[in-house]
Design a binder for this molecule. Sequence first.
Ligand code: FCB
Length: 444
Amino acid sequence: MFRNSRADFPKEFLFGTATSAYQIEGHGFGGAGPTHWDSFAATPGNVVRAEHGQRACDHYHRYAEDLDLAAAAGFDCYRFSTSWARVMPEGRGAPNPEGLDFYDRLTDAMLERGLKPCVTLYHWELPQALADLGGWRNGEIAKWFGDYTEVIMSRIGDRMYSAAPINEPWCVGWLSHFLGHHAPGLRDIRATARAMHHVMLAHGTAIQVMRALGMGNLGGVFNLEWATPADDSAAAQQAAARYDAIYNGFFLGGAFHGRYPDLALEGLEPHLPQGWQDDFATITAPVDWCGINYYTRKRIAPDTGPWPHYAEVDGPLPKTQMGWEIYPQGLYDFLTRTAREYTGDLPLLVTENGMANADVVTDGTVQDAARVAFVDDHLDALRRAIAKGVPVQGYFLWSLLDNYEWALGYEKRFGLVHVDFDTLKRTPKASYHALQSALSDASN
Ligand code: FCB
């Protein structure tokens, strides 16, 4: 049972669930082109058991059943993503008619069930043909992304409730090019700086393209991670501030203030592409809302190694199956701080929050009490932010289904619905049933 219910939130507050294309659809179907995740996963050591998204949850064929589950849970919104490689297998040039038809069917299937379609245009499956040209390192990518945006939104944009260009710019930039944890698996500061900047330029370009198509309710989706200094020393404070600047400030600062923080430029500026300052006119293209994906915090200590001179240290809080500390206060802190420092009166949405859990499967039921507690605690934090006057207008749970958790393969389960990856059978977990009753309680 949830403590929170729909009745505890403002009347217009939206509840949704989120998924992404490569994680659920099955990229082996329907004429999708190869992506950099396929090559990354095929390289030993990158992904647990070298698992990939060729079949995933087979949502491509089972979307009707999946959307039935989302609707029956009582959600208002369904956040999904379109795959660039499914729409344009080569990343540029001829679209794949089967791909366009699929997203058309999917959109109508949401509307038929009363789910508001909330689209994201890029959730990480870069077409391999573009990766071959340098991917996010190549400044041309903003234009390629704009063209892709135009193709897919000319087909489904008329029926979208909301749209955001890019899921989690930090992951596309830093996680994938500096830490090397995600495709393309680079560990290169120059590639990182360029990818971080180009992803912001692509964001602004796509916003402009969608405005020109007459679309509204456009936003950006940023993953934010709270940085707690490991101790009281000035050095630890500085290290945490640098972590915060790279992780959070770079992207929010770029989109909402038209500048990058000094503590991030300190290491990245020499590697940014020529004329980068001139791109802010595009990067700051006005949006209608700001999405925050929030999962955890990190404890940060100074480190004597090269820039960025910090290290993550283990924290004392209970952890999820991902090993991430559970820290709902961080959600409150980010909602209040984002409004105060970046977005003012602009609506905020929590576009992802949730946990991977070692769910217990017995006799056809799936027990996941920890997930209910996690979501409830974060909803409490969200309500505290609303009570402080922060304009938070929605909450999306990651995720509807257990799915392909990137470098961790199919092992980490984030779903409200359990997926048996041998039979592909869907079984709603205890959290799903609890949420269903919480969302049906609108007695305020
Ligand atoms: C987010 C991603 C999503 C999923 C969750 C756990 O960073 O957007 O695809 O992997 O984390």
